[in-house]
Design a protein around this ligand. Structure first.
Ligand code: SF4
Ligand code: SF4
Length: 372
């Protein structure tokens, strides 16, 4: 039974968040955590102040820690690994590190001795995941309600990609260039991790060109479920997407890692649909007859099709602060700095939009924002 509890939480006021998190977790039948070691995985795409709405709000993380302590958790670890993580990274700007200190939770570094895992649904590709996974009894995914330029929506399943340490994430966009292939990778990671519970911060979400440069949208909601995919399904419903349109949900349902919500014990996602929510426009699926084409030609064909279907990002000169983060994260090495401007090699660019995610000043435009 995949019930999804959706509760009201009008603002980031700690007492209200505490109560709403408690209600959401109880209504969603949070598993017993007594004596357990729990890893909380908030979304810290890049360490940014809570007002930017990029990260899971620290009050939501605090309320979750408090509830777990109340329910007898033995140890609570908190971690994430942004793409451009510096050594000994601490999420100070987002306020999450301070919450850990004040609530007695331990911040953990995912870059220390990660281990290779074989990821299902990816032709047995191997990927590094944090070794913390082997030290805990349960993983709780704490995503933020956001759009995502590549995957349309980012939720409890996509949030687990942060268990891959920092720059190890970038090559995945080269290996899995289509939305559908990337969705298979996300679903495969979820299958390996098997998150026990998910709580989504939708008090203020993000619409438009997410996950880093979209606009804040007040939703006043928290969503919780033991089924990460069902939770993402509910989020997609509220955004106005169908399950077939969001590749991670379509792939997750096909692979059986989760299911369609069987009930909504508090608020019903179908009655919360936001007709004016600024979604990412859905593009046609990339379809190929794999078995008929030899692998080398097939990979070339996929790259050609991806480039044809998706626009390359555009780099604005004025807002750019020349931090070089886009250059550092680009898995295709398509970016250079010349005369204090970012220059893109459009032939090399694989349209993964990692640069857009890490730009701290919205100096990169993708898809919907690029004039044709
Ligand atoms: S330029 Fe941006 S979108 Fe293109 S490959 Fe590099 S990171 Fe990805
Ligand atoms: S990440 Fe943004 S601000 Fe930094 S160099 Fe690239 S375009 Fe400029």
């Amino acid at each position: 039974m995949s019930k999804v509890a959706i509760v009201r939480c009008s603002a980031y006021e700690q007492a209200e968040v505490d109560e709403a998190v408690r209600q959401a977790c109880m209504q969603a039948s949070m598993p017993s955590v007594e004596g357990m070691r729990i890893l909380l995985k908030p979304n810290i795409l890049s360490d940014a102040k809570p007002e930017r709405n990029i990260t899971t709000h620290p009050m939501v993380v605090r309320s979750m820690i408090r509830l777990l302590k109340e329910h007898g958790a033995k140890q609570i670890l908190v971690g994430d690994s942004p793409g451009l993580q510096v050594p000994n990274f601490l999420p100070k700007l987002s306020g999450i590190h301070q919450v850990c200190l004040e609530e007695g939770a331990e911040w953990v570094d995912f870059t220390k001795q990660p281990r290779l895992h074989t990821i299902p649904y990816t032709s047995n590709k191997q990927l590094l995941l944090t070794s913390v996974l082997s030290e805990v009894d349960m993983v709780f995914s704490l995503p933020k309600f956001k759009t995502h330029q590549l995957m349309y929506a980012t939720g409890a399943v996509k949030n687990l990609f942060g268990l891959v340490p920092n720059l190890s994430k970038s090559p995945c966009h080269v290996l899995f260039p289509t939305r559908e292939q990337f969705a298979s990778l996300m679903v495969g990671i979820a299958e390996v991790v098997k998150p026990s519970f998910s709580l989504m911060d939708g008090v203020i979400g993000m619409e438009g060109p997410g996950p880093a440069n979209g606009r804040p949208r007040h939703l006043g909601l928290l969503l919780a479920s033991t089924d990460a995919l069902a939770l993402d399904y509910a989020q997609a419903q509220i955004m106005g997407y169908s399950s077939e349109q969001v590749p991670i949900i379509a792939e997750g349902l096909k692979r059986g890692i989760g299911s369609v919500p069987s009930s909504y014990p508090v608020l019903d996602a179908r009655e919360l649909v936001l007709p004016d929510y600024q979604r990412i426009e859905v593009q046609k699926r990339t379809r190929f007859v794999h078995s008929l084409i030899i692998p080398f030609f097939f990979s070339k064909l996929i790259r050609w099709k991806v480039k044809k279907d998706r626009k390359a990002p555009v780099f604005l000169v004025d807002p750019c602060i020349r931090c070089r983060k886009c250059i550092d994260i680009c898995p295709a090495h398509a970016l250079t700095m010349q005369d204090k401007r970012i220059i893109i090699d459009e032939k090399a660019c694989i349209r993964c939009y990692c640069c857009h995610e890490v730009c701290p000043v919205s100096a990169i435009l993708v898809d919907e924002t690029i004039p044709s």
